[in-house]
Design a protein around this ligand. Structure first.
Ligand SMILES: [Zn+2]
Length: 338
């Protein structure tokens, strides 16, 4: 069956807690048992209340995994109405929730279950939810693979992987109503990965800091979002070469061909000198990310024309994290060949 039932998120939770069958259930979830399979999309009446409860249940499961979520409308937009439309005049600095009220779009996103319930209560018309990208603990990066309009994002991503010699690890994968895929990866805490559309290749959009993904268990005007069967429970770390294709800012791209060769870009970094940030990024690497972060930073250094200049400093920073000099130099050298 192509369309997995909406218990997948809950099932995944159960697997995560190694109980095998009984996810921790939110105490106010709808009376409808989670194990019930929905009727097929074409025959099932889209009762808004039902979709609301389903979205809330899945949003709470996602929040339990550390994701920050917010209710969305059927049009995939933040569902809670902004509280400031009646204000007498616009303030010079727009409110991002400092007023304490909900309705600030992505700034509402939270992993606090009580706050999630409050947001959904403030938007009874919500039938979907968003998962915020770029925020702790996962620093989620969403790869949005489109299959519409002649684009084939999935094939394009595999081509990129082959071209840049990385493999895509199994990771959380959500099937969209149009047949596209959302791949979830965890990213580094810094620098932020920006949102972009079609920059890597046609059909590949990136959801980064400030963006969100429509979560599994959502219903929109286009249909439902589902976890694909057998999907891992948590996002895999983004492969370092993939990260290196996601520049932390938006340099001008005069030629589309250049997208596939970031190392050939003229190096327009927004900060006059990225070196301190890159070194800090390497020095603060947790175990398990030391090589990936070093590789990523070395790629950035090369792209900004500082590859030679920074080799020693990067090596020193890597030694600080516990890598050996040999490992560090090998990683930096492979970044230089990237
Ligand atoms: Zn406000």
């Amino acid at each position: 069956m192509a369309s997995p039932h909406p218990t997948d998120t809950a099932t995944a939770t159960a697997a995560a807690t190694a109980t095998g069958s009984h996810p921790s259930r939110p105490d106010d979830q709808p009376a409808r048992p989670l194990t019930r399979r929905p009727a097929r999309r074409s025959t099932r009446p889209a009762r808004p209340g039902d979709a609301h409860a389903t979205a809330l249940t899945h949003a709470l499961v996602a929040a339990g995994r550390g994701y920050s979520v917010l209710p969305l409308t059927r049009a995939k937009l933040p569902a809670v109405r902004p509280p400031h439309h009646a204000d007498p005049s616009p303030t010079p600095t727009p409110c991002r929730g400092e007023c304490g009220r909900p309705g600030h779009g992505i700034h509402d996103a939270t992993s606090d279950p009580l706050a999630v319930r409050r947001l959904f209560a403030a938007a009874p018309w919500a039938t979907a939810y968003g998962i915020a990208c770029g925020v702790p603990p996962h620093h989620l990066i969403g790869i949005d693979l489109d299959t519409k309009n002649g684009a084939d994002g999935l094939t394009a991503l595999h081509l990129l992987a082959a071209q840049h010699r990385f493999t895509l690890p199994p990771t959380v994968t959500v099937r969209t109503p149009s047949g596209g895929r959302h791949l979830y990866f965890s990213g580094p805490p810094a620098p932020p990965v920006p949102n972009s559309a079609g920059r890597l290749a046609p059909g590949i959009d990136i959801r980064g800091t400030g963006g969100y993904l429509v979560g599994p268990g959502s219903r929109t005007s286009r249909g439902e979002y589902h976890l694909t069967p057998g999907t891992p429970r948590l996002p895999a770390p983004a492969p370092a070469p993939l990260l290196s294709l996601l520049p932390p800012q938006s340099p001008p791209h005069p030629h589309p061909h250049a997208l596939h060769h970031p190392s050939a870009l003229p190096s327009p970094l927004p900060h006059p000198n990225p070196a301190p940030a890159l070194l800090r990024f390497v020095r603060t690497s947790p175990d398990g990310q030391r090589n990936a972060r070093l590789y990523w930073a070395a790629c950035r250094a090369h792209e900004s024309g500082l590859g030679q200049e920074m080799t020693t400093a990067l090596t020193t920073a890597a030694l600080h994290t516990g890598l050996t000099e040999r490992e560090a130099r090998a990683t930096i050298a492979s970044a230089a060949r990237h």
